[in-house]
Design a protein around this ligand. Structure first.
Ligand SMILES: NC(=O)c1ccc[n+]([C@@H]2O[C@H](COP(=O)([O-])OP(=O)(O)OC[C@H]3O[C@@H](n4cnc5c(N)ncnc54)[C@H](OP(=O)(O)O)[C@@H]3O)[C@@H](O)[C@H]2O)c1
Length: 345
């Protein structure tokens, strides 16, 4: 029975702050009465909920700085493709599809300020993936910071994921040699055979560092940093003079507790940055919207329509599956951009 018929709204709340890897008890399924839009508001139904690594960061008491931590007892945050089901807002009509920040809930209210009309899209969920925030992150990080030139070597891990898969494919379009790193043989095969990477290495292989050196005989010019950890260890000795390292994320450490942080790698990292004159630049995609986003939408739209960039998604059914989906993403179990289908299109 759907909540629509019983006029109830299901949400998933943060029940407890995770110690290390999140567990199901850190989340709580909650039911509340269906919210009713006031003047100037719309009622949204979530069709697709994006599951992204940053959600883990926002579950901690001290957040990453660019967004406030989620309060205990509050719904988890998240980007959504939502349908306007009732509108008391002059700018939106019932039935319209929008990009929203509805979070982990079936319905929510909005005053419209956070909504982007999506129009008619063949695959609306792509607005959460390759045609949305993760794709934009790849585009900005690679082109504005990484700046790969033809013939250079680009390395990216989480290579079949939402960001990494787009990074590698754009780098190929720009004439670079692309080496991916991913979890397992299936993902590596996909990266080479479907996405067109020159090589892809299994991050679980104990000889990763040696294989990476063999796959990058000319060294590494651009390392798009998604993961940190052992991949970064393997990359550092191979960075060329004037290499560029867009620092996008370090998911290998998102479940770290202070006690488990391990050997301090900072001195080695700083030494490499200094000695190799590496431009190591962090960025937060929220800073880049506006005109830069329009350019991304134009270019990606064309590449995807022409089949030059392929976007793979993993769609999980039902809001109640969202916690397991996020836990799985942090374990590397997703294959492609992870979204939860909350209600039928
Ligand atoms: N700076 C920004 O504004 C911004 C915006 C979006 C995303 N990001 C960052 O971009 C990165 C990728 O995000 P995404 O949305 O594209 O997620 P994703 O790649 O679709 O999913 C996460 C992947 O990370 C990999 N992974 C998990 N644990 C790992 C470990 N210990 N070592 C190495 N890899 C591990 C897994 O892939 P394998 O098992 O295949 O390795 C997993 O599938 C994350 O670090 C995220 O925080 C940053």
């Amino acid at each position: 029975m759907s909540s629509h018929h019983t006029a109830l709204n299901r949400r998933i709340l943060l029940a407890a702050r995770p110690h290390g890897r999140p567990v199901p008890a850190d989340f709580r399924l909650d039911t509340q009465p269906m919210p009713v839009p006031g003047e100037g508001q719309v009622l949204l139904r979530t069709l697709y909920l994006s599951i992204d690594p940053y959600m883990r960061n926002l579950m901690d008491e001290v957040g990453p700085g660019y967004a406030p931590p989620i309060a205990i007892g509050a719904p988890l945050v998240g980007g959504t493709v939502s349908r306007v089901v009732r509108s008391r807002h002059p700018g939106f009509q019932a039935g319209e599809l929008v990009l929203a920040q509805a979070g982990w809930q079936e319905h929510t209210l909005s005053d419209g300020s956070d909504l982007q009309p999506l129009g008619d899209m063949a695959r609306p969920s792509l607005a959460l993936g390759g045609l949305g925030m993760p794709g934009f992150t790849a585009h900005v990080g690679l082109l504005d910071i990484g700046q790969p030139r033809p013939g250079e070597t680009v390395v990216v891990a989480a290579a079949t994921g939402a960001v990494g898969s787009v990074v590698g494919q754009i780098a190929k379009l720009k004439g670079a040699r692309v080496v991916g790193i991913a979890g397992g043989a299936d993902k590596c095969r996909h990266a080479v055979e479907e996405l067109g990477f020159d090589a892809c290495l299994d991050r679980h292989d104990p000889r990763l560092a040696q294989h990476l050196a063999e796959a990058c005989p000319q060294g590494i010019d651009v390392y798009f940093e998604n993961v940190g950890g052992e991949v970064l260890d393997a990359v550092l000795p191979l960075l060329n003079v004037n290499a560029r390292v867009p620092v996008c994320g370090f998911i290998a450490h998102y479940n770290d507790t202070l006690a488990a942080a391990g050997t301090d790698r900072l001195p080695r990292l700083l030494a490499t940055v200094l000695q190799k004159r590496v431009r190591l630049q962090g960025f937060i995609i929220l800073d880049h919207y506006g005109e830069r986003f329009e350019r991304f939408q134009r270019e990606m739209g064309e590449w995807v329509a022409a089949g030059r960039i392929k976007l793979r998604e993993e769609v999980v059914d039902g809001l109640e599956q969202a916690p397991a989906a996020l836990i799985g993403l942090l374990d590397g179990r997703n294959f492609g951009k992870l979204v939860v289908k909350v209600a039928p299109d």
